[in-house]
Design a binder for this molecule. Structure first.
Ligand code: BT5
Length: 285
């Protein structure tokens, strides 16, 4: 752990003292090292743990992304978090949890930007969501969301909302991710208090989750859709079945990204890795 992180308290008590939530953070665990925080929250869900459990780790040795990808984060400087939830709304709306988590991280990061202070001559950092779940600052990835759900038949047993945020990660520790990833401390030019940031994310997540639990999906979709920077861009979508190229024209209520292909037809994409036109340009260079 570097000196800055050691100075900024990051422990369950400090985080709990900053939370004004009803559900999320009822119980907070912080582990020095785990395989994946999602796995621990999942096991707790299986054992009947009430919703609201927050599992944190300083280090993950088997952190997961979507579609079998890895999440890599050096120890002691990032947020690695999984929240156990027990949604009551239809499992057909499962994607709204990913929207809510991305939007919660987006809002908390926007506040950091506002905290930078107007008038210091620095342009504001561009905080956006890359469809479907990546949080970008100035075009590079600082956070990702992985929601995993257990169903029994059509019923929803529980869901684990996992997210990783690169907080006080120096550029030299980004390793192979350097061309596509960044951290909040790099982009905002100052160390970020992990406990405070996490408390903001969890508070935002809870208010969005409460909307979903009361059947109010519209505001969550509208907030997420407004933050998705993929719309309007030329994109390539890498799907298991092949690569699609087109113009991203809109996102839809079920989370789908709609592409207009060169022949003018529209195609809905529900999963896959998207490359924005800027990334395509830098790949060609
Ligand atoms: C994600 O997947 O972005 C979801 C990441 C979720 C991680 C959290 S950490 C806590 C919880 N426990 C877990 O085991 N997982 C969750 P995806 O969209 O598939 O992106 C994965 C891709 O992002 C990788 O293939 C890399 O290219 C890139 N990547 C990996 N680590 C990164 C990092 N620290 N920062 C930026 N990009 C990263």
């Amino acid at each position: 752990m570097n000196r800055q992180n050691a100075l900024l308290a990051y422990d369950p008590q400090s985080i709990a003292s900053l939370l004004g939530t009803l559900i999320i953070g009822r119980r907070i665990e912080l582990h020095p090292q785990v395989g994946s925080t999602n796995d621990l929250a999942w096991q707790a869900g299986r054992h009947g743990e009430p919703e609201g459990l927050v599992v944190l780790a300083e280090e993950q040795v088997a952190g997961r992304g979507r579609l079998g990808r890895r999440w890599i984060a050096p120890a002691g400087c990032c947020i690695l978090c999984s929240v156990l939830l027990r949604p009551r709304f239809s499992a057909d709306h499962a994607f709204y949890l990913t929207m809510a988590a991305s939007l919660a991280i987006y809002r908390a990061c926007k506040e950091l930007d506002e905290g930078t202070g107007a008038g210091d001559g620095k342009p504001a950092a561009a905080v956006t969501i890359k469809w479907p779940n990546d949080l970008l600052v100035n075009g590079r990835k600082v956070a990702g969301v992985l929601c995993e759900s257990e169903f029994s038949g059509k019923e929803w047993a529980f869901s684990v909302v996992g997210f990783g945020i690169n907080v006080n990660l120096p550029a030299e520790q980004l390793g192979d991710l350097r061309s596509t990833a960044t951290s909040l401390s790099i982009e905002f030019g100052r160390p970020i208090d992990r406990a405070r940031l996490l408390a903001r994310v969890l508070a935002e997540l809870e208010s969005l989750y409460l909307l979903l639990q009361s059947g109010q999906f519209g505001p969550v979709f509208a907030g997420w859709a407004a933050a998705v920077s993929t719309v309007g861009k030329s994109v390539q979508v890498l799907e298991p079945s092949g690569t699609l190229e087109g113009q991203a024209v809109r996102v839809e209520q079920d989370g789908a990204l709609v592409l207009r292909l060169s022949d003018g037809t529209e195609r809905r994409v529900l999963a896959g890795e998207v490359l924005h036109s800027t990334e395509l340009a830098s790949t060609v260079e």
